[in-house]
Design a protein around this ligand. Structure first.
Ligand code: GTP
Ligand code: MG
Length: 211
């Protein structure tokens, strides 16, 4: 019995999702809204990397997410030496996918993820590694910086990345954001087969979000 349990666990697809962006754009708020349905207006800057591990089901396939809430990094670690010298960026180079978050009211925060994306592309093989750009704080869209059309043109048409606007504050498009990302990953990861046992196991063992 114990052996079969281990076999099932080993079959889980693990997804390492790095959430990056300038300070204060709402990375932690987005993750906490998704994983714990919690939100606070109080700003507590993330000074140490935190990992959240929800399980999700998409298209009847089970995934275990490792969502990395990263503290501010001045640049993406271009090689393993940089990863070791600045520990804040450790483990980011082998992520399965990246969420690059900016605040739609701050052009600087968009410039930050633009630079970060360039650095990511220079640093590693990005074949089958999706990048999603997330414009947070949609509830403040009357103070929008860059026009939405300009961002979409760049992100979707030129970069060929997913783009979603959301509001962590009002829990608007948060599920949709993770759903779109997981749909992309599920499409890439066609090699595994769904089983009812895997699903039941995940529901039993920890928090499981059905998208
Ligand atoms: N109006 C509005 N405020 C938000 C939203 N999301 C987050 N905030 C606020 O923005 C501030 C920063 O949010 P965080 O989630 O801590 O931002 P962060 O990107 O994790 O910041 P660092 O950890 O410092 O990098 C907090 O005061 C949040 O309450 C949103 O969708 N709308
Ligand atoms: Mg944070």
């Amino acid at each position: 019995m114990a052996t079969s349990h281990l076999t099932i666990d080993a079959e889980f697809q693990t997804v390492k999702l790095a959430v990056l962006g300038a300070p204060g754009v709402g990375k932690t708020s987005i993750i906490r809204q998704f994983v714990c349905s919690q939100y606070s207006d109080e700003y507590l800057s993330t000074d140490k990397k935190q990992v959240f591990c929800p399980s999700v089901i998409i298209n009847e396939h089970l995934y275990e997410l490792k969502i990395i809430d990263c503290p501010y990094i001045p640049y993406f670690p271009v090689n393993s030496l940089y990863e070791w010298t600045d520990f804040r960026g450790y483990g980011l180079r082998n992520a399965t996918a990246y969420l690059l978050v900016y605040d739609i009211t701050s052009e600087d925060s968009f410039q930050y993820i633009k630079n970060l994306r360039d650095q990511i592309l220079e640093s590693r093989d990005m074949h089958d590694v999706p990048i999603f750009v997330v414009g947070n704080k949609h509830d403040q869209s009357e103070e929008r910086g860059m026009p939405r059309r300009e961002v979409i043109n760049l992100v979707k048409k030129q970069w060929k990345c997913g783009y979603i606007e959301c509001s962590a504050k009002f829990n608007w498009h948060i599920i949709l954001l993770f759903k779109e990302l997981m749909k992309t990953l599920d499409y890439i990861d066609y090699g595994h087969k769904p089983t009812a046992v895997r699903v039941q196991n995940a529901l039993r063992r920890n928090r499981c979000l059905i998208l």
